[in-house]
Design a protein around this ligand. Structure first.
Ligand code: BGP
Length: 467
């Protein structure tokens, strides 16, 4: 691969940035209902307006280009395109994404488009969402509408963003809709249906012969076992099955991990929905590439006594809540005293970039990889000139990127890197105080955009790489 072919970009997701939640025929999404009505929306923030990408997309794409970036990763809102989740197509939704895609191409920016990034149409959520097998067909239909509408210009597709993290927050932590807590049956069922839906969409894409590439995005969940753990191999195997293997084996190898069903049965977890013919669906739906969102690792140790519990901090600095999980007879996440954490309790661990890339290569061979997200969330105050001097973000991202370069030197086929996020936007349940953007958004002043120090740093890094 030529250096000039490497994709350097940044990423957003529809619900987190578009706003325009009820404009131009958009249907209602699960997150609209949650953010408007649920007492579990603890920060009270919604994506109703967010940074109003719907009306600022030209400015955002031009700014991305001016920052030296040659690709933009974004997602489509399922209910903007199919307001009821299935059936009727909203032509105004199609027209909006046509404008966004054309604007990318006019600016020499490669669109990297995700079909599903957490925002399920409410009509489908009301029928048990991802826990209902019907979703698999519904997703394949939606994918076909998108491929036919945009596939002449979009050549890089992602089926689902972070199937695992979405299933985890919706069914184990309970902070994402539909807010089930510690529901292991529903967690695995959701993941299984996501794996099948992704495979079906890949098969639809191949059938249409559109001459592009299609992948899936996994939130990299590299497992490391703490010293003094009594059963390191056993708990590593369990944590890998829990976090990684279902999605990765299905998407890359086209099959369920061999150990999965016996292990679920042994643990009394429902598998009655698994059908023999699904193995054919998975075999026909292998991806062309893997996207990895790289933020942290899972640092674990034994846990045999005490109850199963989960902790999450969606309030940041104002909260004493921890981050982690304890699963009886499996393992618990623990703290490595030598590393730092952000104010939401997440470990900052740049080396997980290298460890993840090595592990994927060892397990799955030379599948092409895009780092589809990497970034740093923090509270920010602009200086007297209105500019955010986000040295902390720069230092952190540089650390992860250096480890990415090291993996590439070892031969790991990384094809692109996307910063999370293009500009400040809604952070799921955390609201707007936790900022990730390379560009600041002044939510109090008509969503005015002001590049941060990291925007210039990223531009320079890209230029240096391309020399
Ligand atoms: C990833 C999601 C993104 C984004 C990011 C930061 O898991 O794909 O949508 O939100 O994490 O997460 P948060 O905003 O919760 O800090």
């Amino acid at each position: 691969m030529q250096k000039s072919e490497f994709l350097w970009g940044s990423a957003t997701a529809s619900y987190q940035c578009e706003g325009a939640w009820n404009l131009d025929g958009k249907g209602v999404g699960e997150w609209d209902v949650f953010s408007h009505e649920s007492p579990l929306n603890i920060n009270g923030a919604t994506g109703d307006v967010s940074c109003d990408f719907y009306h600022h997309y030209q400015e955002d794409i031009q700014m991305l280009k001016a920052g030296g970036q040659n690709s933009y990763r974004f997602s489509l809102s399922w209910c903007r395109i199919l307001p009821e989740g299935r059936g009727r197509v909203n032509e105004e939704g199609i027209a909006f994404y046509n404008r966004v895609i054309d604007c990318c191409l006019e600016n020499g920016v490669v669109p990297n488009v995700t079909l599903f990034h957490y925002d399920l149409p409410q009509a489908l959520a009301a029928q048990s969402g991802w826990a209902n097998r019907e979703i698999v067909e519904a997703f394949a239909e939606y994918a076909e509408v998108c491929f036919k509408a945009f596939g002449d210009r979009v050549k890089l597709w992602v089926t689902i963003n972070e199937p695992k993290y979405y299933a985890y927050c919706s069914n184990i932590v309970g902070n994402y809709p539909p807010n089930h807590k510690l529901d292991f049956d529903r967690y695995f069922k959701t993941l299984y249906h996501e794996a099948l839906a992704s495979a079906k969409a890949v098969a639809v894409y191949r059938k249409l012969h559109q001459d592009g590439r299609i992948g899936i995005v996994h939130d990299s969940s590299n497992v490391e076992v703490a010293p003094q753990t009594k059963h390191p191999q056993r708990i590593r195997m369990i944590a890998d099955l829990f976090y990684n293997k279902l999605i990765l084996d299905c998407a890359i190898k086209g099959e369920l991990p061999g150990a999965l069903l016996p292990w679920l049965n042994e643990n009394g977890i429902d598998t009655s929905y698994v059908r023999f013919e699904d193995s054919l669906t998975l075999a026909e739906g292998k991806v062309d590439f893997l996207g990895l969102n790289v933020y942290n690792r899972f640092y674990i140790t034994d846990y045999s006594e005490g109850e199963t519990e989960v902790f999450h901090n969606n309030r940041g600095a104002g909260s004493a809540a921890k981050e982690g999980i304890r699963i009886k007879n499996w393992y618990e996440t623990t703290i490595d005293p030598s590393t730092k954490r952000n104010l939401w309790g997440r470990e900052i661990y740049p080396r997980c970039m290298l460890n993840t890339l090595r592990e994927i290569r060892e397990r799955y061979g030379d599948i092409d990889i895009y780092i589809t997200e990497n970034g740093h969330g923090c509270y920010e105050t602009p200086d007297e000139n209105g500019v955010v001097q986000d040295d902390e973000r720069i230092e952190m991202m540089q650390g992860y990127i250096d480890y990415m370069f090291r993996a590439m030197e070892e031969g790991c086929p990384v094809r692109g890197y996307y910063a999370w996020s293009t500009m400040d936007l809604y952070s799921w349940v955390n609201g707007y105080e936790k900022r990730y953007g390379l560009v600041r958004v002044d939510f109090e002043d008509n969503c005015r955009r002001i590049p941060k120090k990291s925007y210039g740093w990223y531009k320079q890094l890209i230029e240096d790489f391309q020399k």
